[in-house]
Write a protein that binds this ligand. Structure first.
Ligand code: TA6
Length: 298
């Protein structure tokens, strides 16, 4: 699909492209930072900040057929998180063909430039068959030197309140998950598996040494993921909750689109609205944003 690009398409700048056979946009800044977003799922599949390496985990066994969810990057989970409702697991947005509305770049902007892409998805026969509601969703991905912003906006064009759960299911790449630490969740309430009860997280930092699949409610502050010399700040706006997931060895072995040791190189830290579904009044809109910023040691 071609979309508006007011600045034209010149070498070493952003471009419509193909990624593993899928229509995609590659955002590129003069400082070398890049991000790739596929129209299938409006899924960010790669993010390389200036002077650094890949920061998202994309499984080498991911399915790019355009018929199944892609394992890695940042799947957009909407309008249902996991199995919290009657829809297919994690809803339909991650397997939908989103429309590329626009992409643009301002390479001359201050601090190394700016590029962004905007995708949209609206109710059609297929979504109404699963979820009988009108909606218009927009996913905006903005790249600057050391920062990636991903924003999901959902409008309610209908005449009744629109309720949903959602997440940006971000697969962060780590060198070795057992050496990574995640700070910022202390004092937040963690939902106990299979119940509505919660427990206050008391540890100052989270280390992953086994399977983890936890929902933290109303997380009030940005998180920090440290992984050797790499560090990443993870901030959310609009999304109240955070989900942390690593399948560990046994569950990973049961995932046909993951290599056996894949769990060692990923940690999902998801900005989510899960504990309390989002409710959007007729004619109104909701948005949530996840911001990733590299703070790597020089
Ligand atoms: O967000 C965590 C989670 O809901 C886990 O329970 C885990 O199964 C993961 O998502 C991946 O789900 P998927 O359907 O992509 O295999």
């Amino acid at each position: 699909m071609s979309a508006k690009n007011p600045l034209g398409n010149t070498p070493n700048t952003s471009a419509n492209t193909q990624f593993h056979g899928l229509d995609a946009v590659r955002l590129t800044l003069p400082d070398g930072s890049t991000a790739v977003i596929s129209a299938f799922g409006a899924q960010v599949l790669s993010w390389v900040p200036a002077g650094g390496g890949e920061r998202l985990y994309l499984s080498p066994k991911a399915d790019f057929s355009g018929k199944a969810p892609i394992r890695g990057g940042v799947p957009v989970i909407f309008p249902q998180f996991a199995e919290r409702g009657p829809l297919p697991r994690h809803g339909f947005a991650r397997t939908a063909a989103w429309a590329l509305e626009e992409w643009r770049e301002q390479p001359e902007a201050e601090e190394g430039g700016f590029a962004c892409a905007v995708y949209s998805l609206q109710a059609d026969e297929a979504t109404r068959a699963l979820w009988p509601h009108d909606f218009k969703a927009e996913l905006t991905v903005a790249l600057t030197r050391d920062r990636l912003d991903i924003e999901l906006e959902v409008e309610n064009p209908g005449s009744e309140a629109l309720e949903f759960t959602c997440a940006l299911h971000t697969y962060l790449r780590v060198k070795e998950v057992e050496n990574a630490t995640l700070t910022g969740l202390h004092g937040s309430r963690r939902l106990l598996p299979g119940s509505q009860e919660t427990k206050i997280e008391s540890g100052p930092e989270l280390m992953v040494e086994d399977e983890v699949d936890d929902v933290y409610l109303n997380v009030p502050r940005p998180l920090l993921l440290k992984d050797g010399r790499q560090a990443l700040a993870i901030a959310s706006e609009g999304f109240t909750d955070v989900v942390v997931w690593n399948p560990w060895e046994t569950k990973c072995a049961g995932l046909p689109d993951m290599p056996a040791n894949g769990f060692r190189h990923m940690l999902c830290v998801e900005s989510a609205a899960v504990g309390k579904p989002v409710s959007v009044a007729p004619g109104e809109a909701w948005w949530g944003r996840q911001t990733l910023v590299t703070l790597d040691a020089a």
